[in-house]
Design a protein around this ligand. Structure first.
Ligand SMILES: C[S@@+](CC[C@H](N)C(=O)[O-])C[C@H]1O[C@@H](n2cnc3c(N)ncnc32)[C@H](O)[C@@H]1O
Length: 126
């Protein structure tokens, strides 16, 4: 099975030139580690995010948070959405062995039906 089959990347037309409107976080190992070990566990506790929920992370970028949420929350559905296809390609590597969907789309035009998710998380899209 190829990686693409395991982690399909769905693309939707993005309305904006992503490079003009935002600056992604640098791929800083210290920051990634703090997010992995501190920020995400703290957030999930403080927000009392239930296990088994349908979770959408908007602006998932390189997907640093996705494996942590997958492990801690055992979601029924976990989707990472980002406008930047290059960052999502990195995310695909990060979640290759997990049941995580990656979607390339603009958060202002979400390609999901109403009530598709129980929790929507944004760790910073701007
Ligand atoms: C500052 S980075 C944060 C990435 C990740 N959440 C993290 O904490 O490491 C912001 C992310 O939001 C995404 N983003 C910015 N504008 C967006 C939009 N209109 N729709 C979807 N994603 C967007 C960027 O591509 C980028 O990956």
């Amino acid at each position: 099975m190829t990686q693409q089959q395991r982690t399909p990347l769905t693309r939707h037309r993005a309305r904006v030139d992503a490079g003009v409107e935002y600056r992604p976080f640098p791929n800083d190992m210290g920051r990634n580690s703090r997010q992995r070990h501190l920020e995400i566990p703290l957030f999930t506790r403080l927000l009392s995010i239930p296990r088994g929920a349908r979770i959408l992370e908007v602006g998932c970028g390189r997907g640093v948070a996705l494996p942590v949420m997958y492990e801690l929350l055992q979601p029924a559905r976990l989707v990472g959405l980002d406008i930047d296809a290059a960052l999502l390609a990195e995310a695909a590597e990060t979640v290759a062995r997990l049941e995580v969907e990656l979607v390339c789309a603009d958060v202002r035009e979400l390609p999901f039906a109403d009530a598709s998710f129980d929790v929507v998380i944004d760790f910073g899209t701007c």
